[in-house]
Write a protein that binds this ligand. Structure first.
Ligand SMILES: [Zn+2]
Length: 519
């Protein structure tokens, strides 16, 4: 009797969850017809040459993260959530990328960054080098370096930029400019003696030396730029934030000095400094806003640290000054960190902020000349389920208790990670804890200090010239090949000067016909 009553109550409640308009079949038919009209319009392909390229990378932003972030975004705007659209959802072409590394089924961010930036799959933990390089083995590096789409764009005369919420020497951004047998060699202070003796260079030094004319570099990572024990400008009394370099160099100064005579190179470490810049008078911009990674968006100090969107806005306005166009890498780098910590709320708010940056970039550019691609390096063992009703708070409980241990559970769970919790020999009762807290660690099936990456494919969203080249299930290293083809940069340019892709309607045949008629 009691069970029947509860069932009746659930059915009554879920009936009221359905928005009135969705009860009308015409609503769904109309929506599908609009989608169909949009799809038919896409038959006329955008085959322009992409003047600008933007690659948005959500570190660890698997498909389950994308869906949960969409619901969160909708709920932040007071909707039920499921029906809302992320900016990336509006991209017309979507593909899947296979993320495995050459030596790993479940990949890491360094091997994958080498794939989607350099166009070559590589071993986990290695950056900007082929799979001939073994992690940690400095002496295997020489001759195995592979270059990135950022360098191809620079060589074609475009402006280039890197924006990230991690340290600028972290795996994703560093594959754009560095070559290293180990992703953790941030400065020489992190390198083992044999690697230093073998002549391998730390990643921060490579940032300054390898491609000295990167117009925009924004993110965290100050401490790797300064000599050991030099105190940090923002946290002068905190030992852990001090410089790490053994070679005694000041790489911020070296970065400034390496710029051509007469060019203006600005370094900023503070949000106000960034927003006060007169960008028309700045040729090169380096912004390092934290000693290590930037702070989670939910915890960010709005006085001292810019948001990802603010950094992207500055970067695009800087890069747009180059008449030959630009390449920009934008990383939402801490989605991954939130997940590793089992803190789904941090991870999803990072994903929503990346999406905000995508929307902003869309408004600052045109699909006629800008190819934008949104993807992830890999997924996580993050999931949500439990037959939650429509509009259930994304960080909320499933509507039933476990029929095994008779306890409630949150919809969001991890396959493994730090949220595994046994109390008095049993799974913790989540109704006794604040599971909506920003730092709540969702329960996991297996205890691990750090939750792990997931191995399934990730989505690739594309919009703009040649976006249709991203259309099926691809190897991840295909992405920069398609982007470079669209922009006529890199090695694959045979098609660029032929009549196959006229940027404007051909004028000569028309003039010829006119002449014949007139004569
Ligand atoms: Zn990770």
């Amino acid at each position: 009797m009691k069970a029947l009553f509860i069932l009746l109550l659930v059915q009554l409640c879920s009936a009221s969850l359905v928005p009135e308009r969705e009860k009308d079949p015409e609503y769904w038919r109309r929506q599908a017809q609009e989608t169909l009209q949009n799809a038919l319009r896409l038959q006329r392909l955008n085959q322009n040459v992409a003047k600008n390229l933007i690659l948005f990378l959500g570190d660890g932003m698997g498909v389950s993260t994308v869906t949960a972030a969409r619901i969160l975004k909708g709920q932040l705007q007071h909707g039920q959530g499921e029906e809302s659209l992320l900016e990336m959802d509006k991209f017309p072409f979507v593909a899947l990328a296979k993320t495995y590394n050459t030596n790993a089924q479940v990949p890491d961010s360094a091997g994958t960054a080498t794939a989607y930036l350099c166009g070559v799959k590589a071993n986990e933990g290695t950056l900007g080098v082929s799979a001939g390089v073994t992690r940690d083995h400095c002496n295997t590096t020489k001759g195995q370096e592979v270059t990135s789409i950022l360098r191809w764009a620079k060589e074609a005369g475009k402006a280039v930029g890197i924006v990230t919420t991690t340290r600028v020497t972290h795996a994703t951004p560093s594959a754009a400019y560095a070559h290293s047998a180990n992703r953790d060699w941030y400065s020489d202070g992190e390198m083992p003696p044999d690697a230093l003796e073998g002549g391998c260079k730390d990643i921060a030094r490579q940032l300054v030396e390898n491609i000295p004319e990167i117009e925009v570099i924004l993110g965290g990572g100050r401490k790797y730029m300064y000599p050991k024990n030099v105190s940090d400008v923002e946290y002068p009394h905190e030992e852990k934030h001090r410089g790490t370099r053994l070679d005694g160099r000041n790489l911020v100064q070296a970065w400034q000095e390496a710029k051509p005579h007469g060019k203006v190179a600005e370094y900023v470490w503070h949000r106000r400094g960034l927003l006060a810049l007169n960008l028309s008078r700045v040729d090169f911009l380096l912004g390092l806003f934290e000693p290590g990674d930037m702070i989670y968006e939910l915890d960010r100090n709005n006085e001292t640290d810019p948001s990802l969107s603010e950094m992207v806005s500055v970067a695009i306005r800087m890069l747009q000054k180059n008449p030959r166009g630009f390449f920009l890498l934008v990383e939402g780098g801490r989605i991954d960190h939130g997940h590793h910590e089992g803190k789904a709320k941090q991870a999803l708010h990072e994903a929503v902020e990346l999406d905000r940056a995508i929307g902003l970039a869309t408004r600052l550019t045109s699909t006629q000349d800008t190819l934008s691609v949104v993807t992830a390096d890999h997924s996580h063992v993050f999931t949500f389920g439990g037959y939650t009703p429509r509009g259930n708070p994304i960080f909320g409980l499933a509507p039933m208790q476990s029929d095994v241990d008779r306890k409630p559970f949150t919809s969001i769970l991890y396959g493994n990670g730090p949220g595994y919790k046994i109390v008095a020999g049993e799974r913790e009762n989540v109704s006794a804890v604040d599971f909506a807290h920003a730092d709540y660690q969702a329960q996991s099936a297996v205890p691990l200090r750090q939750e792990t990456h997931g191995g399934e494919d990730v989505a690739v969203f594309a919009r703009g010239p040649m976006a249709h080249l991203l259309h099926g299930v691809h190897e991840q290293n295909y992405i920069p090949h398609a982007m470079a083809y669209a922009a006529c940069i890199g090695s694959n340019r045979g098609h660029c000067n032929t009549a196959a892709r006229p940027a404007t309607p051909p004028l000569l045949p028309f003039l010829g016909l006119l002449l014949i008629l007139l004569c």
